[in-house]
Design a binder for this molecule. Structure first.
Ligand code: ADP
Length: 436
């Protein structure tokens, strides 16, 4: 195309000169031919100059426009630059997306070069490893993560498993850090905060140890008595009866423990909450009569109910939670003490409370009372039939009802365990009467 256009131009010029020759003679014709050639040269030089200027800032919009051979060249140049710009835009958008994804990752990511120097890192890695993106780029990772466990891991070059790093930045966090080689020279350093996971594992281990311990004692007692009964078949009836009684007591203890464990497991599995319309006054009266049954006349049991309306929640679960608080009050209040069971409505919120004049709890124990198997006085808890799981069950039930457990206690003077229900769990008198 280029050659065709150039040849056509030159041929046109030659033809024009030949046509002019008969009229103006050879000298003028040659002069016109030279002038024509100079004009063509000028056109090329001018376009070369425009091309040079455009190359200084080669945008698709800035590609010069012309005619003839240069029109073709500029047209191709325009298409080339436009497609390059398009793929550049796509590449940089892909890169932006990749960087944004890296920044948003919940795990720490550091890109290390062939010499283990930091090329890039995301905010989470800065938080995990205490890096500073402004200062630390280009620094050797071993200068910044100085724990011996990490240094050994880095030099051993066996990156199949992660390394566990504890208390790296002075905080009590535990990190799982793994190096992943890629693109033949670089490495990715991935860090994950496993503090919570470790805590859960510890709680789980302690729980299994506690359950085993709790079951072992009654099992040993029962096993011992059974052996005696086998060894001495002619045992006198009074001793036999007393041993059978003790065995019965121990099996009841195991039964209570297993029942509480099953309740706890059901609650922790988050079974759906069936909701009933509960009449607090009726519930409080029922709890008071149960408290009297447990107390066997050793305590004064009082009831206080103030406020209209009802409560939306699971009857069985709330009966069990309130019942646990009442039974604790009876068990941890010496003879002659008072147990007060209260229900009132405060600022639209429902408040259930059990107040006793018992042995109380020292402030340091209060935050841990709802932990499984946490007891202030192990002996007293066991001797009164406690499993150590009562308040853990209460905590779960309270949470399932979006309520709050508040504990106030004074050693020697008594305790108040209070459950505060949110306003949206309260039912007015009209809604309650519709339930009847
Ligand atoms: P337990 O079966 O041991 O009673 P809980 O989970 O019900 O287990 O209670 C945990 C611990 O909290 C008890 O061992 C006891 O030390 C303390 N506690 C609970 N309620 C009371 C209370 N009303 N007065 C004094 N201490 C209490």
């Amino acid at each position: 195309m280029f050659w065709w256009r150039t040849a056509a131009l030159l041929a046109g010029l030659a033809l024009l000169s030949l046509l002019l020759q008969p009229f103006f003679g050879w000298v003028a014709t040659l002069a016109a031919l030279v002038a024509g050639l100079l004009a063509i040269l000028g056109y090329h030089l001018r376009n070369l100059e425009r091309l040079g200027r455009w190359l200084a800032d080669p945008t698709p919009e800035g590609v010069p426009e012309s005619w003839g051979a240069w029109e073709i060249a500029y047209g191709r140049l325009y298409r080339l630059v436009r497609s390059q710009h398009k793929s550049q835009r796509m590449l940089s958008a892909a890169l932006d997306r990749f960087v944004a994804a890296g920044e948003a990752m919940p795990e720490g990511v550091v890109v290390l070069d062939a010499n283990d120097r930091i090329e890039w890192c995301n905010p989470r890695s800065m938080q995990h490893l205490g890096l500073d993106r402004k200062k630390d780029l280009g620094q050797h990772i071993a200068y910044l993560v100085r724990l011996p466990a990490f240094q050994q891991y880095l030099t051993a070059q066996d990156y199949g498993q992660p390394v566990i790093l504890r208390n790296l930045t002075g905080s009590e966090t535990t990190l799982s850090v793994q190096l992943v080689p890629f693109d033949s020279t670089r490495k990715l350093l991935l860090s994950r905060d496993i503090t919570q996971l470790e805590r859960v594992q510890t709680v789980h281990r302690d729980f299994v140890a506690n359950v085993s311990h709790e079951l072992r004692t009654p099992l040993t007692v029962v096993g011992g008595f059974i052996e005696t009964l086998i060894d001495i078949p002619e045992m006198d009836p009074a001793t036999r009866a007393s041993q059978l009684n003790l065995m019965h007591e121990q099996t009841r203890r195991m039964q209570r423990l297993v029942d509480d464990l099953l309740t706890l497991s059901r609650l922790e599995n988050g079974v759906e909450l069936r909701e009933d319309k509960i009449d607090p006054e009726q519930m409080v009266k029922l709890l008071a009569s149960e408290a009297q049954g447990l107390s066997q006349g050793r305590h004064t049991v009082c009831v206080e109910v103030a406020g209209e309306g009802g409560l939306r929640g699971n009857y069985d679960e709330l009966h069990s939670a309130f019942g646990n608080l009442v039974s604790n009050a009876v068990r941890y209040t010496p003879e002659g003490g008072e147990i007060r069971i209260l229900w009132r409505v405060e600022d639209g919120q429902g408040v259930f409370a059990v107040r006793d004049t018992g042995i109380g709890v020292d402030a340091q124990h209060i935050p841990r009372l709802t932990e499984r198997f946490y007891r202030v006085d192990r002996g007293r808890s066991r001797s009164t039939g406690g499993t150590g799981l009562g308040l853990a069950i209460v905590k779960h039930i309270v949470q399932r009802h979006q309520a709050r457990l508040e504990v106030k206690s004074e050693p020697g003077s008594g305790s108040c365990f209070c459950i505060r229900f949110p306003a949206n769990r309260m039912l007015d008198a009209r809604e309650m009467s519709a339930a009847k």
